[in-house]
Design a protein around this ligand. Structure first.
Ligand SMILES: Cc1cc2nc3c(=O)[nH]c(=O)nc-3n(C[C@H](O)[C@H](O)[C@H](O)COP(=O)(O)OP(=O)(O)OC[C@H]3O[C@@H](n4cnc5c(N)ncnc54)[C@H](O)[C@@H]3O)c2cc1C
Length: 490
C-alpha cells in the first residue's frame, strides 16, 4: 500500500536510514564482545574513565537511534503506544486467558500469529535458541548486551520445578553458544524451581527465627542476613510447624536444582541473577541466594547476584547488613537494584492483615532509596570486590548513577557495573547510557510463544505503570521518525 503512494527514492532512504551514518563501534560504544563481568583482572584505573558520562545526550535522536532501522522504530512506536492504553492491555490479557486460547482452532492461531509479530517480537528475544541468538546479535551490534530469562511461570510441584530447571539450564547453553560476553547474565526465578508452598513455609520459618532466635531450623545452611530490625514479619503470626520429612526432602531437591544451575553458570563463566518476587516468599529466595553466594562467589567477581527491591522500607538497611556480613566473610556480593514490581499486591496483603504497607509511603521515598542504594553499591565496588546491576527505566536515576560512576571512575570497562532495562522498553535510556560509555543490558525473556505469553501477561500487569510511562521514549522515537522522513524527502 505504502509503496503506491511514496516515491521509491524516499522509501529506499527511509528503509536503509541513509540519513544517518552507519554504526561504527567506537571508543564510546561497547564492543561486540566486551570481556565478561567475571574477568578476574580489570584494566588499570587509567583506562576507567568513560568520556562524557554525565550527559546522556537525549537531544541527539539521530545518534540515539542510529542502530535502529526505520521499520523497527515504527513497530516500537506503535507497540508502545498500544501498551500505554490500559483498555488494550485489558482486552489482550482477557483474550490470552480466554477459553478460545486453550484449544487448537483457527482464531487462536490467528491471535497467536498477530501477537507473535507485534508484542512478542517487541518484548521477547525469540522462541528458540536461534532467534534469541539473532536478537542478541542485533543488540550487540547496537552496543548492548542481553540478560536471558526463560519465560516460565511459578511451579507448584517437583515435576514442574524439574521441567523449569531444564529450561534454565538450556538458557545457560544458549548463552554459552553465543559470542563471548554477549550475554551478561542468566536470570533465574526461584519460584520456578522450588514449589511456591514450600517457599512460603521456609519464609515463615525464617521469619519466626528472626522473632525468636532460639527457634531451631535444622535444615538451614550458612547464609547472610535476610532481615533487618525494621523488616516486617506480619506474614507469620503464629509459630509455624517444623518442616515435615517430605518438605525437607523437597527442600533438598530444590537446593540441588539451584546448585546444578549455579555450577553450570560457573563452568560457562556467566553470572546468575536471581529475581526478587513477593515479600511472602522473598525471605526464602534470599536464603537460597545467599547460601549459594557463600559457596560460589569467589575472588573479585560474584557469580550469584541477589535482587533488592528498593520500594521496600527495609531495603537499604538489609542491603547494608548483608553487604557488611558478606564483606566480613570475604564473599564478593553482587546485587541487582530495582524499585519493585508487586506494589499493589503488597499493599493489599498488608492492608488485609491489618498492617502498615511495607512499601515506602511516597514515590519520592522510593526514588531516594533506589538512588541511595545505588550510591552505596557504586562506592563499594569502586575500590572493592562485588558487582551491581542498576535495573531501571528512570531517567533521573540513570543520570545520577552515571554521574556518580563517573565521579568514582567506574565505566564500562570496569565490568562490575551494568545498567539494565527490559527488552523493548526505554531504548533512549539504554542507548544514551551505552553511548556515554557504560555497559547496558536488556532483560530478554525467550521461549515458545505459548509458554512465554502467561509470563509476559503477568509482567504486563505488574508493570502497567512502566508501560504507560513509555511517553518519553515514544516522543523521542517520533522525533527521530519525523527527522528521517524529512531527511528522505529533502
Ligand atoms: C532489568 C530489570 C529487571 C527487573 N527485575 C525485577 C525483579 O527481579 N523484581 C521486581 O520486583 N521487579 C523487577 N523489575 C521491575 C522493577 O522493579 C520496576 O517495576 C520497574 O523497572 C519500574 O521501576 P523503574 O526503576 O524503572 O522506575 P520508574 O520508571 O520511575 O517507575 C516507578 C514506578 O515505581 C512505582 N512505585 C514504587 N514505589 C512507589 C511508591 N512508594 N509510591 C508510588 N509508586 C511507587 C510506581 O508504580 C511507578 O510506576 C525489573 C526491571 C528491570 C528493568
Amino acid at each position: 500500500m505504502a509503496t503506491r503512494v511514496i516515491p521509491p527514492r524516499i522509501l529506499r532512504k527511509l528503509r536503509y536510514n541513509t540519513a544517518t551514518k552507519p554504526f561504527q563501534p567506537s571508543l564510546t560504544s561497547p564492543t561486540l564482545s566486551p570481556p565478561c563481568i567475571l574477568d578476574q583482572k580489570p584494566p588499570s584505573t587509567t583506562t576507567l574513565l568513560p568520556p562524557a558520562v554525565a550527559d546522556l545526550n537525549f537531544h541527539d535522536v539521530e545518534k540515539l537511534f542510529t542502530c535502529v532501522s526505520t521499520a523497527n522504530l515504527l513497530r516500537s512506536t506503535a507497540v508502545l503506544h498500544a501498551t500505554a492504553i490500559e483498555p488494550i492491555v485489558d482486552v489482550g490479557t482477557w483474550l490470552m486467558r480466554s477459553e478460545l486460547m486453550q484449544t487448537d482452532n483457527p482464531l487462536r492461531n490467528l491471535a497467536l500469529a498477530a501477537t507473535r509479530s507485534t508484542f512478542f517480537d517487541h518484548f521477547c528475544a525469540g522462541e528458540d535458541a536461534i532467534t534469541a541468538g539473532q536478537s542478541i546479535g542485533g543488540l550487540n551490534k547496537a552496543g548492548l548486551r542481553g540478560m536471558l530469562v526463560y519465560g516460565v511461570e511459578d511451579a507448584h510441584d517437583n515435576e514442574a520445578c524439574d521441567r523449569n530447571l531444564q529450561c534454565f539450564l538450556h538458557t545457560v547453553d544458549v548463552s554459552r553458544s553465543l559470542p563471548p560476553s554477549s550475554v551478561s547474565f542468566v536470570i533465574v526465578k526461584i519460584t520456578a524451581i522450588c514449589p511456591m508452598s514450600l517457599l512460603e513455609r521456609v519464609s515463615d520459618l525464617l521469619r519466626w527465627q528472626k522473632k525468636d532466635p532460639s527457634f531451631k531450623l535444622p535444615w538451614m545452611q550458612d547464609s547472610l542476613p535476610i532481615f533487618s530490625e525494621s523488616s516486617p514479619l506480619y506474614h507469620t503470626r503464629k509459630r509455624p510447624e517444623p518442616l515435615t520429612q517430605q518438605e525437607e526432602s523437597d527442600l533438598e531437591l530444590a537446593n540441588q536444582r539451584f546448585l546444578e544451575l549455579c555450577e553450570k553458570c560457573v563452568q560457562a563463566n556467566i553470572p546468575l541473577l536471581v529475581d526478587a518476587e513477593h515479600t511472602s516468599v522473598q525471605p526464602a529466595i534470599d536464603y537460597f541466594t545467599y547460601a549459594a553466594a557463600i559457596v560460589h562467589n569467589k575472588g573479585e567477581n560474584p557469580t550469584v547476584f541477589g535482587t533488592i527491591q528498593t520500594y521496600l522500607k527495609d531495603a537499604k538497611e538489609r542491603l547494608l547488613l548483608t553487604s557488611k556480613a558478606a564483606e566480613k566473610m570475604g564473599i564478593p556480593m553482587g546485587f541487582k537494584l530495582v524499585r519493585g514490581a508487586y506494589m499493589s499486591s503488597e499493599r493489599k496483603l498488608a492492608a488485609d492483615l491489618g498492617f502498615a504497607s511495607p512499601i515506602h509511603n511516597s514515590i519520592m521515598d522510593t526514588h531516594k532509596c533506589f538512588n541511595d542504594c545505588t550510591s552505596f553499591m557504586l562506592e563499594k565496588i569502586a575500590d572493592g570486590p562485588g558487582g551491581v546491576v542498576l535495573a531501571t527505566h528512570n531517567i533521573e536515576s540513570g543520570k545520577l548513577a552515571a554521574a556518580k560512576a563517573h565521579e568514582l571512575g567506574i565505566g564500562k570497562v570496569n565490568h562490575k557495573m551494568e545498567f539494565a532495562q527490559l527488552y523493548g522498553m526505554s531504548e533512549a535510556l539504554s542507548f544514551g547510557l551505552s553511548n556515554a560509555g557504560f555497559q547496558v543490558s536488556k532483560y530478554m525473556p525467550f521461549g515458545p510463544v505459548e509458554t512465554v505469553m502467561p509470563y509476559l501477561l503477568r509482567r504486563a500487569e505488574e508493570n502497567r505503570g512502566v508501560l504507560a510511562a513509555s511517553g518519553f521514549d515514544r516522543k523521542l522515537m517520533r522525533k527521530e521518525l519525523v527527522r528521517r522522513l524529512r531527511a528522505a524527502v529533502y
